[in-house]
Design a protein around this ligand. Structure first.
Ligand SMILES: [Mg+2]
Ligand SMILES: [Zn+2]
Length: 97
């Protein structure tokens, strides 16, 4: 599935609920899902659980982008046009952090 299709699917399935919850509430849920993903990784849960949390984070990010009227695929490609966003190279040649 393409990023734009995933975002559109989230809009079709959840737009009414997302709109009622609003940006701040949806941001809070997105943060909670990121914490759940972090916990799943750090607690070495099974790959199935980690996959599900990755999906949750992406799903909530799409809902948040829908509320903010941001096209995720476009935003991503504008910042990461097949190269590193900082050094503009592929692969990245930035100094290690
Ligand atoms: Mg979750
Ligand atoms: Zn780089």
């Amino acid at each position: 599935m393409r990023i734009e299709d995933a975002q559109e699917m989230m809009r079709e399935v959840y737009w009414d609920r997302d709109r009622k919850r609003g940006i701040k509430g949806t941001l809070q849920r997105t943060r909670e899902e990121l914490v759940e993903l972090g916990d799943a990784i750090l607690e070495m849960e099974g790959s199935k659980e980690i996959e599900e949390e990755i999906a949750d984070v992406f799903a909530w990010l799409c809902s948040l982008a829908n509320l903010l009227d941001i096209d995720v695929a476009e935003a991503f490609y504008n910042k990461y046009p097949d190269t590193c966003s900082k050094c503009k190279q592929c692969p990245c040649i930035c100094p290690d952090e």
